[in-house]
Design a protein. Structure first.
Length: 286
């Protein structure tokens, strides 16, 4: 029984070993197949990669060439632009120089015109100054002459004033100084004590305004140097009848403390010539 058991065990072990070897052979075949497949896949992958790399190189080459051409085009455009700019700058400089020359010429002409104008104005000023000096000399001479005449006139007025006299008027009121002619009247005006209104009145039916009163000549007697007039003052009419030459004909107005005076210096046919004397400051009588 022991021999049969040992033989059985040996057969089992052998069978297990044969099975193990067969499994190992099968696994080795599987591995070999897988390795072959892997090599095939790697070869295909390598081929694909080489193709992609080749394509990428071609694409890169094309892109690089296009970029190079574009850069060359840009460089050409830049050079053309530079040449155009240089030409434009040259033209601009030429135009600027031409314009500057024109401006310089115009400025020179304007300066010459101004200089000529200044010369003319200086000549006119010199002529005007010369004329003014001549006029000043003439005026100085005239002033000297006028001063002499004024001094002479003043002396004459002083003499005339000295000869003037004060008389009593027709109202019995002492009159101021009486002028009998134009020179004496001028002297009275120079004194400035009264306002004087000269008149030359013809015989008429109409009243004649003299100062603040109205006069009308009714009669003129040249042989006797007498006259008759009507005086209208403060809406009142007064007749001064048969008065003589150089007689103060006096009358009052409402605002006067002293009377107004009419003096006739000359009686002609239907005409009298004289003046009205009125106080400068009129005050109401009390």
């Amino acid at each position: 029984m022991n021999d049969d058991s040992g033989a059985g065990r040996s057969r089992v072990v052998t069978a297990v070993l044969i099975g193990a070897v067969a499994a190992l052979v099968v696994f080795a075949i599987y591995l070999f197949v897988q390795l072959d497949n892997t090599k095939t896949e790697l070869a295909k992958l390598r081929e694909t990669l080489m193709t992609e790399i080749s394509n990428m190189r071609e694409t890169s080459s094309v892109t690089t060439e296009a970029s190079r051409k574009h850069m060359e085009s840009l460089r050409g455009q830049l050079e053309a632009a530079r040449r155009t700019a240089a030409v434009a700058v040259g033209q601009a400089r030429t135009e600027a120089v031409r314009h500057a020359d024109e401006l310089a010429k115009r400025l020179a002409l304007e300066q010459e015109k101004q200089q000529q104008q200044v010369k003319r104005e200086l000549t006119e000023v010199k002529e005007a100054a010369s004329s003014a000096n001549t006029r000043i000399a003439s005026v100085s001479s005239d002033v000297t002459s006028v001063r002499t005449e004024v001094a002479s006139t003043k002396s004459e007025l002083e003499k005339t004033i000295a000869t003037l006299k004060s008389v009593q008027g027709d109202l019995g009121v002492q009159s101021g100084l009486i002028a009998t002619n134009a020179r004496e009247l001028a002297a009275l005006k120079t004194l400035g004590e009264r306002n004087y209104y000269e008149f030359d009145i013809l015989k008429s039916k109409e009243m004649r305004k003299v100062g603040e009163v109205a006069l009308r000549l009714k009669k003129a007697d040249t042989k006797r140097n007498r006259y008759t007039i009507e005086v209208v003052a403060d809406d009142k009419t007064v007749e001064k009848k048969d008065r003589t030459v150089n007689e103060p004909v006096q009358f009052y107005v409402a605002r006067a403390r002293v009377p107004l005076e009419i003096v006739v210096n000359e009686v002609r046919k239907n005409q009298i010539i004289g003046y009205l004397a009125a106080p400068k400051v009129q005050q109401t009588r009390e």
